[in-house]
Design a binder for this molecule. Structure first.
Ligand SMILES: Nc1ncnc2c1ncn2[C@@H]1O[C@H](COP(=O)(O)OP(=O)(O)OP(=O)(O)O)[C@@H](O)[C@H]1O
Ligand SMILES: [Mg+2]
Length: 412
C-alpha cells in the first residue's frame, strides 16, 4: 500500500530536532539510547532485542571500571530510559545514591535502618504456605549463622502453620512467641511435648528473637510499613545503613521471594514489563554469605525468566583479595563474568589491564584502549562485538547521576 501523503524529506540534522537519535549506528536503533560510538553514530542497547536477534547468549551485563568513571551514572540513565519503555527494576543500593532517580520516577526508596521507621515483613512477599516456610527457614538459617537441624526445621514449619491459622499475615515476633511456647497440638504433630519441643528448638527461637529485638529491631519485626509499594515499577532497597550487618542476608531471602513473586506474576501476565535486577557496588554485596550465591543463580536463570541482571564491579584486582570470604567472592564474581554476555569496561589503570584482559578475553588492542578511556567512555563488549561508546546524559539525567556533591566548592 502506498502512503497517502508525499514523504517529507529533511536533512538528518533537522530531523534530529524532532528525534535526536536518528542515526542507527552500532547495534541498530532499537533499545535505549546510550551515547555515541566511535563513528559518531547513536549507540542503542536492549539486551532482550539483541538476545532475540541471536547477538547475545544471555541478557546479563557487568560494568567494570575504576572509581568515579560514570559506572553508576550509566546504570541510572539506563534504568531511567528503560523504565520509560515499561521495564521494571529492582535495585540494591549500597551507597544511597538512587534517591534522585526514585524521586523522578515517583517512588520512594525503601531505606532499611534500625529505628528508621521502615519495616518489611519478610513473610509477606509470598502468601503461599510452602513459600513462607522456605522463607522462614532461610531467615532462621541466616539469623543462626548455621544450617537448621531437623527438629528446628519442622518446628518452624509447624509454628508458621499455627500462626497462619490465627492471623491473616504472619510476622516474625508471632512465630518467635510460638517457638518459645509451642501449643500442645503443634507438639503432638511433631510427636513431642511442648516443653521438650521448646527446649530442642530454643536456638532457632533465640535467633529469631534477636532479629526482632536485637540490633536490627524495627526492620523485620512486624507488618510491612504502609506506603511501601513492593509492586512498584522501580523498587530500590537502600542498604547503606545495614550494609555490614546480617540484615543483608535476611534481605536476600526477602529479595529472592520478591523476585519469584514478580516472575510468577510476569508468567501469568505476559504483558508485564521485563525486569532489570541491579546490584551497584556488587563487590560489597557478593561478599555477603548468600547474596553472592543469589546473584549467581539469577545469572544462570536469566534466560529462563527473561531477567536482565546488571552488576557493577570496581576492578577485577579485587577478586584476588585474600581470605576465605575473598576467594569465595572471587569465584562468584568470575562466574558472573562468565555468565554475562555484555561487558562494559570503563577506564582501568595500567596495573589492572593484564588481569582484565585475561578474565574478559579481550584482544591486545582492546586491552590497550582501556588505559586511554575518558570518564563516561567505555568499551562495550556485546557478545562478540566491540564498541567504544561515550555515554551521554541529558540535563535532567545529570541531576540524577551527579555523585560529586561532596566535592562541590559550596558543599558544606
Ligand atoms: N557520561 C559522563 N560524562 C562525564 N561525566 C560523567 C559521566 N557520567 C558520570 N559522570 C560524572 O562522574 C562522576 C562519577 O560518576 P559515578 O558516580 O557514576 O561513577 P562510578 O564509576 O559509579 O564511581 P564509583 O566507582 O565511585 O561508584 C559523577 O559526578 C558524574 O557527574
Ligand atoms: Mg558507582
Amino acid at each position: 500500500m502506498s502512503a497517502a501523503r508525499p514523504a517529507h524529506r529533511v536533512t538528518t540534522r533537522h530531523a534530529q530536532a524532532i528525534y535526536p537519535f536518528t542515526a542507527a549506528g552500532g547495534l541498530g536503533g532499537r533499545g535505549a539510547f546510550i551515547g555515541r560510538d566511535s563513528d559518531g553514530g547513536a549507540f542503542c542497547f536492549d539486551p532482550w532485542v539483541l538476545y532475540d536477534q541471536g547477538a547475545l547468549d544471555d541478557p546479563n551485563a557487568i560494568v567494570i571500571g575504576k572509581l568515579g568513571q560514570g559506572k553508576s551514572a550509566l546504570v541510572k540513565t539506563l534504568l531511567w530510559r528503560m523504565l520509560l519503555f515499561g521495564r521494571r527494576a529492582f535495585v540494591l543500593d549500597v551507597k544511597r545514591e538512587y534517591g534522585p532517580l526514585c524521586e523522578s520516577v515517583g517512588v520512594r526508596p525503601v531505606s532499611l535502618s534500625p529505628g528508621g521507621g521502615v519495616r518489611l515483613n519478610p513473610l509477606s512477599a509470598r502468601p503461599e504456605e510452602h513459600a513462607q516456610t522456605e522463607l522462614l527457614r532461610a531467615i532462621a538459617t541466616t539469623a543462626i549463622g548455621q544450617g537448621l537441624d531437623q527438629v528446628e526445621a519442622a518446628a518452624l514449619r509447624e509454628a508458621l502453620r499455627t500462626v497462619r491459622a490465627r492471623e491473616a499475615e504472619p510476622t516474625l515476633p508471632q512465630i518467635t512467641a510460638v517457638m518459645f511456647d509451642p501449643t500442645a497440638e503443634m507438639a503432638s504433630r511433631l510427636q513431642s511435648a511442648p516443653e521438650r519441643l521448646a527446649a530442642e528448638t530454643r536456638r532457632a527461637a533465640l535467633a529469631l528473637q534477636d532479629l526482632c529485638e536485637g540490633p536490627l529491631k524495627g526492620i523485620f519485626d512486624g507488618s510491612t510499613s504502609p506506603g511501601i509499594d513492593l509492586d512498584a515499577q522501580l523498587l530500590v532497597i537502600d542498604l547503606h545503613a545495614v550494609r555490614d550487618s546480617p540484615a543483608v542476608g535476611i534481605l536476600m531471602a526477602c529479595a529472592t521471594a520478591w523476585m519469584s513473586a514478580q516472575l510468577a506474576r510476569t508468567a501469568e501476565q505476559p504483558g508485564r514489563g521485563r525486569l532489570i535486577n541491579v546490584a551497584d557496588e556488587s563487590w560489597k554485596i557478593i561478599q555477603h554469605g548468600g547474596l553472592g550465591e543469589w546473584f549467581q543463580s539469577n545469572f544462570k536463570l536469566a534466560r529462563q525468566f527473561g531477567v536482565m541482571n546488571l552488576v557493577v564491579l570496581h576492578k577485577l584486582g579485587d577478586l584476588q583479595a585474600a581470605g576465605d570470604a575473598g576467594s569465595r567472592a572471587a569465584r562468584i564474581a568470575e562466574g558472573l563474568i562468565a555468565d554475562a554476555s555484555t561487558r562494559i569496561i570503563y577506564h582501568q589503570d595500567e596495573t589492572q589491564v593484564g588481569l582484565t584482559r585475561e578474565l574478559l578475553g579481550l584482544s591486545e588492542t582492546e586491552a590497550r584502549l582501556l588505559t586511554q578511556l575518558a570518564p563516561g567512555q567505555a568499551l562495550w563488549r556485546v557478545g562478540s562485538r566491540s564498541f567504544v561508546v561515550a555515554h551521554r546524559r541529558s540535563r535532567i539525567e545529570r541531576r540524577l547521576t551527579n555523585t560529586d556533591t561532596g566535592m562541590a566548592l559550596d558543599a558544606r
